[in-house]
Design a protein around this ligand. Structure first.
Ligand code: BEZ
Ligand code: FE
Length: 314
């Protein structure tokens, strides 16, 4: 967009040349600078999109119906609006923008990945060594997951870091999607001690389809795309004085690892599940360390939003 708020396209199209600016100018004096900026940009892009594609009334109505349907089917168990953003890559792009690191950083905190719509607050608080698996005893591959949470700059272990973990059952469903799973199955929160280490039992996750029986599914179908995510485990890691990390780790050998329906895979987040024999309670061993940045270091390394106040509300 040119500095006066008009895009290159708006100078060349054959429609009313003043219309978009007059809509932008309707914003009143009490709008905050950020609201003014975001809205002006949104209006400009929406109008350019309509002009560039010579959008018809029928096409616009079809888009509206899709958004209204997404709203109607959303509740505290399902967030279809977020799903629409996810399949269009918007949540992954915003994740990248928000957590972008200066490329010159020698070592980096753990990379972030999208939250997705299935996090629940107040997952059960667990002791180290506990299992997050309940009620599906016979299914899945038990995994002993362990590692250490450190300060990315000093390498020192972080005491009091809370790992909030969640993943799907072997049928590919999160517990809130599945009436046959116990409440809060495959979720837990673990707090590190002095040595920063953590360990717990979980399952080796499986690839699963994101819900595709709504508007997001219709778009995937229209775009000739599949709805699958590679096998992954979600984490939110918080610690006093440190910037929270919202992330996922991905099974390197999973189907769809190169073709995630929501574009969230990063190389540094791929992990290896190693078969083990010595633990009668586990089939696989998974080790993964998490590196956190203090708010101060995050700011130095150009981590956007690296203040306690601007941290996302997790
Ligand atoms: C998830 O990983 O839980 C997820 C992410 C985006 C859309 C749907 C599900
Ligand atoms: Fe997931």
């Amino acid at each position: 967009m040119a500095s006066n708020g008009t895009s290159a396209l708006s100078k060349t199209h054959r429609f009313d040349p003043d219309f978009t600016q007059s809509v932008i100018n309707a914003t009143g004096p009490k709008a905050t600078p950020r609201v003014r900026k975001l809205t002006a940009s949104l209006i400009q892009h929406l109008h350019d999109f309509a002009r560039e594609n010579e959008l018809t009334v029928d096409e616009w109505m079809a888009g509206l119906e899709l958004m209204n349907a997404a709203g109607r089917m959303s509740d505290d168990r399902r967030n279809e609006g977020q799903l629409l953003c996810d399949i269009l890559g918007l949540e992954s792009l915003i994740d990248e923008i928000t957590y972008k690191l200066a490329s010159e950083a020698a070592d980096e905190p753990t990379a972030t990945a999208i939250l997705g719509p299935f996090w629940r607050k107040d997952a059960p608080l667990k002791e180290m060594g506990d299992s997050i698996v309940s009620g599906i005893d016979e299914e899945g591959h038990r995994t002993w997951m362990h590692g250490v949470v450190t300060d990315f700059k000093t390498g020192e272990p972080i005491e009091g870091a809370v790992l909030d973990v969640w993943h799907t059952a072997p049928n590919g469903l999160y517990e809130q999607q599945d009436p046959d799973q116990p409440d809060m199955n495959l979720r837990g929160r673990f707090t590190t001690g002095k040595d920063g280490t953590y360990n717990f039992y979980c399952l080796r996750p499986v690839p699963y389809p994101i819900p595709y029986d709504g508007p997001a599914g219709k778009i995937l179908q229209a775009l000739d795309r599949h709805p699958y995510r590679p096998a992954h485990i979600h984490f939110i890691i918080t610690a006093p004085g440190y910037k929270p990390i919202v992330t996922q780790i991905f099974d390197r050998n999973s189907k769809y690892i190169e073709d995630d329906a929501v574009f969230a895979v990063k190389d540094s987040l791929k992990v290896d599940f190693k078969p083990i024999q010595k633990d009668p309670k586990a089939d696989f061993d998974l080790t993964h360390d998490f590196k956190m940045a203090t708010y101060e270091d995050a700011k130095k390394h150009s981590l956007v939003g690296a203040t306690e106040e601007s941290a996302s509300g997790v």
